[in-house]
Structures are given as structure tokens and as C-alpha cells.
Design a protein around this ligand. Structure first.
Ligand code: DON
Length: 566
């Protein structure tokens, strides 16, 4: 029997995870903005990042410049969620009508090994979450550099400028950032480079209102602005990382940086009720399972079902998809991920296992036709930006959990990720999000850990009409699905589509998380149908931009703004 964590622990972890993005700094308004001339729109979880993107647009930049400017600014003001020490996936619809899926996921260092976190037969999860062994080689910089080179309208220096100013001049941290520092104080204090930036001289966390200045991060950004990704992967930065890693029993070497490659993936394309959904394939599970869940739901007319039935079948579809995720998914360079996971025929067979009058207790992974064929070729925060020239960007980027591995490499200002925890460090043993996995997601040198990040574009008649994505570990997938069905099936305006009570089911544990805002009737009904109900939230962090008859509509997670108004 697999050992699962007690539900309470998992619930706490899921809550921590989904909140890590959902409750970031919220002193200012302006999370989602449309330019005055209606030319472009931006949605992020941080007004200062949205502002950075708007500044770049005002200088004549396009959505590509603005998206990268927002990502860089988030690395300064929201460094506990994302930054240059982390990774990302981006789905980009370029102005020429082509679409690319850019993989900036971290890779395991070449000295990594399958059982590197197993000590005396026991998995030591602390090692995959904190400190020198927790990080993969960061990939975000490679993606941002590529995006700017290929489709940016401005010089790289202009795109970096707002983020450099934020790092150099500082910004007042708010209550939420301060809470995050306080909560992680003891672990942050263990690393001198981190303590120097994030704690005061007595090792205490900076209080709300403190002006956080990050001169070393500003210096790193300036070098990146001048030299581009080369500085990061071939130059001084990689050297500094190796120095620190060697002194701290870490495995990352300069050569790992030198061999890092951003990869272009084939986007996952599927059809949903007349729309084309374009998502991110392995090593993200996001695109596959967003498509799979939608495919399963396609067998039901959601508009004819009662609210209870709609939530029930959606939960059942989530369960089926996550059972497949645990078995099949991993880095496609190492695991054969069957493309037919997203086939409509396979989804139709799965949908037959869903009964309207009760839950399916026997869900296990399925086997799509031609499962032996690998067609996802061996090949957290979400930012949505679009412009009228036809650039549509969906970037989900993360250092994984709060402040990643908690390590800031001295002299760089860079928070290192702890994405190694997304590997299945021992098959069947859950990670920080309670997710289990198989050998497909086992650790190997150079391999990319499986992700749930789901940057998504929605197309109608070949043209983009929406860009969206979310933060929150595995709930990313289910947030994106619900945003889509609320928009497409229920035809809700974007803000309402994102506000509606959310559910999340990830197969293991067998629990259906329902937001507290849902009615007692819905909760009771789902319980009667056999779901093991758990309260959650409010939770989630979805950003989306749609193009409507009135032009762009941009929405940043409504729960964030509600919290801000309180
Ligand atoms: O790639 C993944 O699926 C996770 N590392 C994402 C982390 C995340 O969303 C944290 N959110 N609160």
C-alpha cells in the first residue's frame, strides 16, 4: 500500500501552496489593466509587476516585452513565488500567427541520482525542499531572453529597467510579504546570503512597511540586461552558484548551467465545444490533463445538468485525469507519455465510468490506445498579456514553494528554486502537494521534474480569444479547467467565471476540496453522492485576458482583490 500523508497535513500543504500565490502583496490596486487606447492588456498577481508591464507598453513595447517586464518585476517584489532562480513554461502566440510552447523548466544537475534523497532507506523530504540539494538548474532566463530576441519591440535594457528600479530603489513590503518572511524565518536564517537580504541584523524578519532594497539582484539584472542569458548560463553567475554549491555539499556545477537549454515543445492542442485549447505538454502535466478533463466533460451537456451534477461530474473527471497523471506522466525525454491521453475516444471511454448518482470508488489509471507510443516527443505565478498586434502570452513561472529552497546565492540576489521536490523521489510517496508519481517522474541527471503548470491559450476560428493560467500546484490544472467551463459552457463574464466556487480533486488522497463559499446545499449534495468532502480556501490564483466585443477584458484573481479590499 502506498503511504499517503494524513489528510490534515495534505490539506495544510495544499492550503499553503495555493495561498502562496493567492495572497501576495496587496496594498495597491491594478492587478489587471488594459491600456487607455485598448491596444494591450496585462494581468498579474502584483500591481507593481502589472505597472512594470504597463510602463514598457507605454514606451512602445508589445505584449512580449510587457510579459517579460512583468516576470522580471515579480522576481523583485514577489520573490517568494518566482524569479530568475526558478523555471517557467510559456505559451506564446506570436504576431505572425504561429504558436510556440517554451520550456524553461529546471533540470536536475548531472550529479543527481534516483535515490539522492533516500537516507537509510527512508525518504528525507527536507533535502528536496530546503538547501543546496533542493534546486534544479533555473530556466526562466533562457525563455525570457528568447522571447525578447524573437518578438520583442524594445531593447532588452528597456524591458529590464522597471525591475532594476524596483530592486535598486526598493519597495515597501506589505503585511502578507512580512507574514511570509515571519513564517519562514528559521529556515531563511540558516543561509547567510538569504539572511542578509530578508532578515535584519538580529536575524529577525523585516516587518510590514520595511523598504526592501535588493542591490545585488539589481546588479545581476543589470548584467542580464547588458549581456543577456550568456551572463547567466556561461558567465559569472554560474560560477558563483558553483562556488556556493561546492561549499555547501550541493551538486550544481557551472557545467550544468552551460548545458542548460530552453526547449521548444509541441503545444498540446485539443478541441472543446468549438474552441481550440492550446496547452503545455510534458514535462508539464498541465496541458495534457486540462485537455483530458475537458474531453471527458464533453460527453456531458453541462448546461443541462444541475449545479450539483455539474460539480460532481467535473470532480469525477478530475479524479480520472489525476490517476493517469500519477502513472504516466514525466519528462518525455525519459518516460513514454502516451499522446492518446488526450484523445477524444479515450476520454469518451472514461466518461462512461462516471455515474450521475454516485462516485466511482475504483478509479485507477487507464491505458489509452497505443499507450506504448511516445508522442509527446522526446522532446507560481501566472502572467497573462496580450496586444492587438496578435501577441498573446501565457507564462506560468515559479521557484516552487515559498522562497524556493530558501537559498539566496551570495552576491547574486537570486532565490534558488526547490523544484527537485516535484520529482517522485520515491514512487508512491507524496510530494509537498500530496502528489504521487511513478518511475516516469523519478529523478535522473538532466531530467525535468513533472509540473502542473498550465499556461493556456484559447482559440476560436484559429484566432486567440483568451490567455489564462494559474498558480497553486496541482490546483492549477483544475482552476484552469473551471475557468474554461465557466466561460465556455456557462457563458459567465470573465470575472464571474473566476469568482465561482472552486473544487479540486487529485485522485490521491480521495478527497474533494470545495471552497467554503459554496452553498451548504451543494456541499451536502456532493457528500450524499459519496464524495469525501474537505473545506478549502478561498484559494487559487488565476489570471486571464479575453478578447470580447468590447475589446480586451483582463482579470486577475478576484479573491486577491477581495482580500485587498478588506
Ligand atoms: O510545477 C509545479 O507544478 C509546481 N512546482 C508549482 C508550484 C506552485 O504552483 C506553488 N503555488 N502555490
Amino acid at each position: 500500500m502506498r503511504h499517503f500523508l494524513p489528510l490534515k497535513v495534505l490539506q495544510l500543504m495544499v492550503t499553503v501552496c495555493v495561498f502562496c500565490s493567492a495572497v501576495v502583496c496587496a496594498e495597491m490596486t491594478g492587478y489587471a489593466r488594459v491600456t487607455q487606447d485598448g491596444r494591450a492588456a496585462v494581468a498579474t498577481v502584483q500591481p507593481r509587476a502589472t505597472e512594470a508591464a504597463m510602463a514598457v507598453l507605454a514606451e512602445g513595447g508589445n505584449a512580449i516585452d510587457a510579459a517579460v517586464a512583468a516576470a522580471l518585476a515579480l522576481g523583485v517584489v514577489d520573490g517568494h513565488n518566482s524569479g530568475i532562480g526558478g523555471g517557467c513554461f510559456a505559451v506564446v502566440h506570436w504576431a505572425d500567427g504561429t504558436i510556440e510552447a517554451l520550456d524553461g523548466r529546471e533540470t536536475a544537475p548531472m550529479l543527481a541520482s534516483r535515490d539522492m534523497y533516500v537516507v537509510d532507506g527512508q525518504l528525507n523530504r527536507e533535502l528536496s525542499r530546503t538547501g543546496a540539494l533542493a534546486s534544479g538548474i533555473p530556466g526562466s532566463v533562457a525563455v525570457y531572453d528568447y522571447m525578447l530576441k524573437k518578438g520583442g519591440a524594445l531593447k532588452r535594457e528597456a524591458v529590464y529597467r522597471p525591475a532594476i528600479a524596483l530592486a535598486e530603489q526598493g519597495f515597501a513590503i506589505d503585511q502578507i510579504y512580512a507574514e511570509r518572511l515571519a513564517r519562514n524565518r528559521d529556515v531563511l536564517a540558516r543561509f547567510s546570503g538569504t539572511a542578509e537580504v530578508l532578515l535584519d541584523d538580529n536575524g529577525q524578519p523585516w516587518p510590514a512597511g520595511h523598504k526592501l532594497v535588493q542591490p545585488e539582484l539589481a546588479k545581476t539584472y543589470k548584467q542580464l540586461a547588458q549581456q543577456g542569458a550568456e551572463y547567466f548560463y556561461q558567465g559569472e553567475l554560474a560560477k558563483r552558484v558553483e562556488l556556493w554549491m561546492k561549499a555547501n555539499n550541493g551538486l550544481i556545477r557551472q557545467s550544468d548551467f552551460a548545458r542548460y537549454q530552453m526547449l521548444k515543445r509541441t503545444p498540446v492542442r485539443s478541441q472543446y465545444r468549438g474552441y481550440e485549447v492550446v496547452g503545455f505538454g510534458p514535462p508539464s502535466s498541465g496541458g495534457v490533463h486540462v485537455a483530458q478533463i475537458l474531453n471527458i466533460l464533453q460527453s456531458f451537456d453541462l448546461t443541462k445538468l444541475s449545479e450539483l451534477q455539474r460539480y460532481h461530474v467535473t470532480a469525477e473527471a478530475m479524479k480520472l485525469a489525476f490517476a493517469d497523471r500519477a502513472f504516466w506522466l514525466g519528462d518525455p525525454a525519459f518516460a513514454d507519455v502516451p499522446k492518446n491521453l488526450i484523445s477524444e475516444t479515450y476520454a469518451a471511454s472514461l466518461s462512461k465510468t462516471i455515474a450521475l448518482d454516485g462516485t466511482n470508488k475504483a478509479v485507477t489509471h487507464g491505458t489509452p490506445a497505443k499507450a506504448e507510443i511516445n508522442l509527446f516527443d522526446k522532446h507560481t505565478t501566472h502572467i497573462a498579456v496580450a496586444d492587438k498586434a496578435g501577441n498573446w502570452v501565457a507564462i506560468t513561472t515559479t521557484v516552487n514553494t515559498d522562497f524556493g529552497s530558501k537559498v539566496i546565492i551570495p552576491g547574486t540576489g537570486m532565490v534558488m528554486n526547490n523544484q527537485m521536490d516535484d520529482f517522485a523521489a520515491q514512487p508512491g510517496v507524496p510530494n509537498v502537494y500530496g502528489l504521487v508519481g511513478s518511475e516516469a517522474n523519478g529523478i535522473a541527471p538532466g531530467k525535468r521534474p513533472l509540473s502542473s503548470m498550465s499556461p493556456t491559450l484559447l482559440l476560436k476560428d484559429g484566432r486567440p480569444v483568451m490567455t489564462l493560467g494559474a498558480a497553486g500546484g496541482p490546483t492549477i490544472i483544475t482552476q484552469v479547467v473551471q475557468a474554461l467551463i465557466n466561460t465556455i459552457d456557462l457563458q459567465l463574464p470573465l470575472a464571474q467565471a473566476l469568482s465561482a466556487a472552486r473544487i479540486h480533486h487529485q485522485w490521491r488522497p480521495d478527497a474533494l476540496y470545495l471552497e467554503k463559499s459554496a452553498s451548504l446545499e451543494l456541499r451536502g449534495g456532493l457528500h450524499k453522492l459519496g464524495h469525501n468532502m474537505k473545506d478549502l480556501g478561498p484559494y487559487g490564483s488565476t489570471q486571464a485576458i479575453a478578447f470580447t466585443k468590447e475589446g480586451f477584458v483582463a482579470v486577475s484573481e478576484p479573491r486577491l482583490e477581495q482580500r485587498n479590499r478588506r
